[in-house]
Structures are given as C-alpha cells and as structure tokens.
Design a protein around this ligand. Sequence first.
Ligand code: ADP
Length: 624
Amino acid sequence: MTAPSPFQIMHSMSADRSGVVGRRLNRDTRRRVFSFAAPYRRTIVGFVATIVAATFLGLLPPLLIRKVFDVAIADHNNTYLNTLFIVMVVAAVGEAGLSLVERWFSARIGEGLIYDLRARLFDHVQRMPLSFFTRTQTGTLISRLNNDVIGAQRAFTGTLGTVVGNIITLGGTLIAMLLLEWRLTLIAVVILPVFVLPARRVGRSLQDITREGMNVNASMNNTMTERFNVAGALLVKLFGRHDSEAADFSARAGRVRDIGVKSAMFSRVFLVSLTLVGSIGTALVYWLGARLAINSEITPGTLVALGLYTVRIYLPLTSLSNARIDVMTAFVSFERVFEVLDTPNPITDAPDAVELVDPSGAVHFDHVSFRYPDPAEGTPESLGGSESTASLIDVLSDIDLDIRPGQMVAVVGPSGAGKTTLASLLPRLYDVDDGAIILDGHDVRSVTQRSLRRAIGVVSQDPHLFHESVAANLRYARPDAGLDDLIEACRAARIHEVIDALPEGYDTIVGERGYRLSGGEKQRLAIARMLLKNPAIVVLDEATSHLDTESEAQVQEALATALAGRTSLVIAHRLSTITDADLIVVLDEGRIVESGTHEELRHQGGLYEDLYETLVRADHAPLT
Ligand code: ADP
C-alpha cells in the first residue's frame, strides 16, 4: 500500500465520529489497546515493514521514466531501454506481491483482533446476571459486538496502515523530489494549502452528512424490523394502520433518499477537488519546470519524474490531516467495547467456592429479603443503565421457609406477590440482600454456580426453545444423551407421541421461527429437557393459560413423573398441584402470610381460602 485512494479516505470518514474531535486519549485505554495488540506484535512489524518496502518500491518508476527520457531516448540507447523496461516490470511485480503480503498481514491482525474482542465480549456478556439483560437493550449490545468491534479493528489495520503508509510515501517522495529539483518541489508544496484547506472543509461537511445518513438509515431500519416481525405485523393488521404505516415509512425512506443525494454530491465535490489539486499542481510543475528545461537547467526526464511525484504528495497530505480524527474514532470504539467488558458482574463464584456434590435437596430460605437492584448501579448509562425499573421497597421480606428433601412446596399468592422472584433466588439468578438460602447445608453463594445450577432444574411458564431441532434443544441439558435417552425422557414427559408425529420427528426445527408447539407441548418438552438434566431440585412455574382437559391431564402426568423423588418448588396455578403439595406457602406483598397443608389452610378464612375459592370457581371443578 502506498498512497490511499480518495475512496479509502471517504471510507474512513464514514465511521461515526460523534464527540471525537477534541478528545484526549486516556492513558489506561491506550495501554489496554496495546495489550490487545500485543499478541500481534510480530505481525504488526511485518505489516509495517511491508508498507515501507512497498512505498520505496513505488518511488522507483518515476526515476526509471526519467532515465527513459534522459538516457535511453537522448542517447538512442536500445539496450539501456530494454534494461529499464525489465526493471520496471520487476518493480511492478514486486509491488503487486508486496500488496498481497501486506493485505495478508493486515487481515491477520484485523480479523484476529475482531475475533479476540468478540469472543471476550460474548463470554463476558453471557455471564452477566439476569438483571443486566432486563435493563440492557439487545440492539445496543449487538451493535457493540458488531460495529464497535469492527471500529476498533480499524485502529490497527486501516488507520495504522494509512498513517504509516502516508508518512513514508510523503517523506520518501519529498526527499526524492528535493534531490531532483528543490525549487520546483518548494513550489509544489507551497501551493498545497490553497487546495487542501477547502478540501478539508468539504470533507468535514461530508462527515456530518454521513453521520446524519447513518441516523436516518437506522430509523428506517428500526421501523422495518419492528413492523416485519410477527407481533408487529399483527398489530398493524388488527388496528388497520397500513396506510398510515406506509406514509410514515415513505417519510423516513424519503429522508434517506434526500440525504443520499446530498452525500453523493458532497462526495463528488470532495473527490473532484482532490483530483483538481493533483492536476493543477502537476500542471504548475510542468509549466514552471518546462521553463527550467527550456533554459537547460533541468533535463526533460527530471521534469517528468517531478510531475509524477507531485501527484503522490497531495493525497497523503489530505489524508494525514484527518489522521488524528481517525485514530480518535478507533479509540472511541475501543472505549465502547471496554465499557461492556468493564460492567461489573455481582454474581460470581466465591474464591473458595466448593462443588455441590449429589445434593439431597434440602432447601432453607433463612429470613431472606430482596429488592431488585437499582438499574443505575453497575450498568453504564449508554447500555440502558439509567432506565429505572427498580422497586424501591423490598420485593421479598423476611422469607423463612424450610423444604425437606423430596417435598413439594406450592407457592400461591396474588399477581405481583413475589412468587417468581422467590423462585429465581434459588438458582442465584439474583442474590439475596438479607438472610441466606441454604442448600444441603451450603449457602448458595458459597458453592460454584455450575454445580448449583446442575442441581436445580427450572421449567418456566413459557419455556424458551432455541431455533434448532427438538433433539438439539433436548441435548442442551445433556449433550451426550443418545436418542434412546431423549425418547425415554419425552415418554416420561408425555410428549413423545407429539414429537414422533412431527414432520421430521426429533429432527424437526422448533423455536421462534420453527415449528410452533402449543404452550402445553412446549412446557412438556421443557419438562423432558429438565428430566434429562436429572436435577435434585425442580423449580416449576405452572402455565396460567388455560389448558384443555386433555393436555391438562397430560401435563399432570408429566409432572407427577418429573417431580417424583425430587424437591420441588412450584408456583402453582392449578388446583390439583395445590392440593397435592406437601406444603403450601401463601405469599402476599413479599411476605409469607400463611403456610401449611391444604387441609390446614382451607378453613382458616385467610388469603388462601379466597385464592382457593377463586381457583375452584374458575376451574368448574367439583369441590373436594
Ligand atoms: P409474581 O410472580 O408473584 O406475580 P414477581 O415476583 O414477578 O411476582 O414480582 C414481584 C414484584 O417485583 C412486582 O412488583 C414486580 O413489578 C417486581 N419486579 C419483577 N421483576 C422485576 C425486575 N426485573 N426489576 C424490577 N422489579 C421487578
């Protein structure tokens, strides 16, 4: 690589530079960026060395052309001409080869860096506690993993290559020119600002336009993604909003069109002014140089060589005048990546965490209190950290609950009482604020998360399935399970017949865009997945949606198998579960207000009796 093309300059300008100008590089950021570059030290040296070699090789042709005029033509020397031709071809081939080598180096560095950053980000983000995901916008996160990672990579290949290449091209060319004819060189350099300064101004306007273009494009894309998913499309249809949606979209697309035209014109003005600088500069050199040649002060060959060199100094100069912004932009991307990497993770394994081995399933909630963490804490504002969703009062207060191994505990209570929250504390989706949760004598915070989560199987109301085959979804719980194991689990969960009847059986793709299973079927599949995991403790959130009698009976049977011999905490919505439970806990506003068996609670005249009566009426079941 030698001088960058105007297109390269334009390309590097399209990066988002908001807030970049006038910033200073933070020393820690700089050190960290270099630590990411450290593994590529050798490749970077190779990269820079190739650029240097290619640049010097690029200086050769004008000198050879000079010899063509001054020696070969002047002396009618055919042999010399042949030699010059061969050297030119060799130089061209060499330059082409070096360009390939340089690209290989830059791709290795760039793609390697993208890989490192992405892998680190993904791993860090997926380990973040649930509260992080409830606050952070998925789009923002994905943009960090895509755009910012690529922006950061540019620091090392694009900017590094451009800056190094341009400095060398400029320095080398100027030295060669000065050696050839210093007066003409000075003239060529002196007229530069006259042309370069306006070009820079156009370039800046172009940056603003580009940024605006990105915004209007993003807004148009958002409209499309929101309207073109199933839920959005349904809403548009049901409210009959096609016409107004079309008008709204046209307005957004119209802005994209207008900014596109503006951007095209400014790009061309920028490009034209750069070309003009080169052409006029060259013309000037020939005009003044030819006078010197007429007076025999320089040879025609020197004149031609100077003309050729002149073109090569303008582009690097323009591009270097933007280099600071380029570097800053790349560093801003790094900072945005670091911001995610630095988001603290409050739920980690204690340094002395022990493995939970074969737990019997004894669970004790020991005076547990909890409130949802303040979103402003921990999560950077740019990731959505300031959107307040926290309740300022305790969601759970002084929960004291003892569950013996193998017991089934039903949690009931009005909506918003804290049932789901209670269940999510057990696998440490959140940590308690006061008190402790003791599992087989261990505080859950003192065992490894891996062994804790192996011991607990969670089946939620609307279980998530990945867009993969049924078998792959089941194997998520146990990757080494054979088909026989899958079938056995699915039989126990009363879902085998349903899967067997699917178009491709266990290979049928399910999940968001795949084959749609009904709510009850999905829950039974989740039960099968949980059975494969074979945990000591089961946390189950029963579906509130009304199941028809048949699937109700099947879910019932599936559950009976699933819960047999395991400790279970069930957020119960169905009469049969409640009446079967060994212990019923009634939650209200985050407190346990009643607890006991169905028989004990039934005639107490408390909240349980109200809830029970409501369920009985809703179920039309005969009173027991
Ligand atoms: P239930 O399962 O009994 O309906 P939840 O445990 O879901 O109740 O919710 C208990 C309370 O906690 C509710 O007031 C709810 O608004 C609040 N809450 C639930 N999830 C969050 C969250 N992620 N952040 C902040 N508050 C929450």
